[in-house]
Every structure is written in C-alpha cells, then in structure tokens.
Design a protein around this ligand. Sequence first.
Ligand SMILES: [Cu+2]
Length: 103
Amino acid sequence: MKKFILFFITLFSFNVAAAEHEVGQKNKEFTVEKITIKKGDTVKFVNLDPFFHNVFSLSDAKLFDLGSFPQNDSRDVVFEEAGTVDVECAIHPNMQMVIEVQE
Ligand SMILES: [Cu+2]
C-alpha cells in the first residue's frame, strides 16, 4: 500500500512540474529577452519571420543546435538541468535571449 501511495505522489508531482513555454522569433529578435522555467519544462521555438532562423546554445546547462527552419515551423527543447542557458541564432548574431532553468 505504501508503494502505491508513493507511486501516485511521484506521478502527480511529475505532471505538475512539466510545462510548455513558447518563444517566438520575429523581426530578427526573440519575442522575450528572458524567461524563467522549471527543470523538465519544454520551450517551443517558433519562427514567425518570412525567412530562416536557427536556435542554438553552447551553455553547460543545455547544449543544443536546432538547425535552420522556415516561417511557421517550430522546434521543441526539453531542459533537464537547472542553470542559465544563453540562446542565440547562428544566422543573426544579434539575436539573443536567456532561459533561466530552476530546480
Ligand atoms: Cu535568426
């Protein structure tokens, strides 16, 4: 019985923790300069410009490169570790934003 209760508590807290956030790329800028999320959350990057954008990060907390993608296309990234993640676009070096991932 104790095992069952523990199982449900684990399941419940996991479901509550995971959320999805959306960050757009519009007019050669990210739509937000900084967002704070929780460990396990997903960020959806959406290209709202009529040309290609890229999304990448060299930060230790999350190393990724989503490649280039066209207008109305999106890519999801799950952040499993806490820390500060600097996000950039390889095509437009002025495009930068920060994702703060909390425990
Ligand atoms: Cu770009």
